[in-house]
Design a protein. Structure first.
Length: 355
């Protein structure tokens, strides 16, 4: 089996971050979302992985390389414009050959993994298997209507009146039968080749299409609040590991990870918290539910329920919560008086807030 990971989207809902970095590289617990995806795939024993990339291809290549450090072999496949998920399958035809494959959206987080789902596909080997999750409002998703045995009867993309509450969550398992379907469909009214149309083509032509229900935690990390929620969820599984230096006047409470070369000086860290390599935390109170990247500086600040990316600096900020701070951003005091602040700050931004 091979894998196809889709990482070419522009990430408009994550601006300003997506102006300066691919949305799939935004970190959750100090690791890019895309690496979490690849970990889920390699856990299945699948190591031959194609990655669909767009205009930010070079940044994704720089981050992942050839995949050796992840235990995978990566092939990058360029998509000039976002023309639909089925278009990605067309582009990857040569790479995929006649192998079964798993297709996975590169900004999806399923921390529970999909081993059981993949094993079911391998054992039963329907023409296609979609992964569905129960959602309160399925109108923003592709929706699956199922028979009692989880055979797919009908798929509809973003229906106004959904026939079920089972949303497609961006993980699909295919046999080579999908290639005939992808070749047969036409672009949708929005100008894209929809994977739902291709799978529906299989259903209409009598192929067996099954659904597997994913009941664990799932999050599409398409918005800042989703990234923060996912960060909280994964931090809840943290276990303490101290590789940096903590001085005698500092206090660690709960699960805390401190990277190599990081220094904690006269500070309180209330876990779960992850602090990256080479970061300095001085005269500050950090956490809970906070991830701080590599080579950051935090002085005389209070930070809760936030993500700070590599190289950021936060100085003399007494109340920062629910914030997403971009790479190399600097945040410092101003002359105005305000007790608390909430920020979504893009890369290389400079912000002044009340001291």
């Amino acid at each position: 089996m091979k894998a196809l990971v889709l990482s070419g989207g522009s990430g408009t809902r994550l601006r300003p971050f997506s102006y300066s970095m691919p949305k799939q590289l935004i970190p959750v617990v100090n690791k890019p979302v895309l690496e979490h995806v690849l970990d889920n795939i390699t856990a299945l024993g699948v190591t031959d992985i194609g990655i669909i990339v767009g205009e930010r291809a070079d940044e994704i290549r720089d981050a992942l390389g050839d995949g050796a450090q992840l235990g995978a072999r990566l092939t990058y496949i360029h998509q000039d414009a976002p023309l639909g998920l089925a278009h990605c399958v067309r582009l990857a035809r040569t790479f995929l050959g006649d192998d079964d494959f798993i297709m996975y959206l590169g900004d999806n987080m399923l921390p529970g993994g999909i081993k059981d789902i993949a094993a079911r596909f391998t054992a039963e080997r329907p023409a296609a298997q979609v992964v569905v999750h129960q959602v309160p409002d399925p109108r923003a998703f592709g929706v699956a209507e199922l028979a009692d045995d989880d055979t797919v009867v009908r798929l509809v993309e973003k229906p106004e009146h959904p026939g079920s509450d089972l949303a497609l969550i961006g993980v699909y398992l295919f046999t080579p039968a999908i290639h005939e379907a992808v070749a047969a469909i036409e672009p949708s009214p929005r100008g894209e080749l929809e994977i739902t149309d291709a799978i529906q083509w299989l259903v209409t032509h009598g192929a067996e299409v099954k659904a597997a229900r994913y009941t664990g935690y799932w999050k599409d990390t398409g918005r800042a609040q989703d990234v923060l929620e996912c960060n909280r969820r994964l931090l809840a599984e943290l276990t303490t590991h101290i590789a940096g230096d903590v001085d005698a006047t500092s206090e660690l409470i709960g699960p805390v990870v401190i990277g190599t070369g990081a220094r904690i000086v006269r500070s309180r860290i209330t876990g779960p918290v992850v602090i990256g390599a080479g970061t300095l935390i001085e005269d500050s109170h950090i956490g809970p539910d906070t991830s701080i990247g590599d080579n950051c500086v935090l002085r005389a600040s209070r930070l809760v329920d936030s993500i700070v990316m590599n190289g950021a600096s936060i100085v003399h900020i007494p109340g920062l919560t629910g914030s997403l701070i971009g790479r190399a951003a600097t945040i410092g005091p101003s002359d105005h008086d305000q007790a608390h602040h909430r920020l979504v700050v893009g890369d290389h931004t400079h912000v002044e807030v009340a001291a």
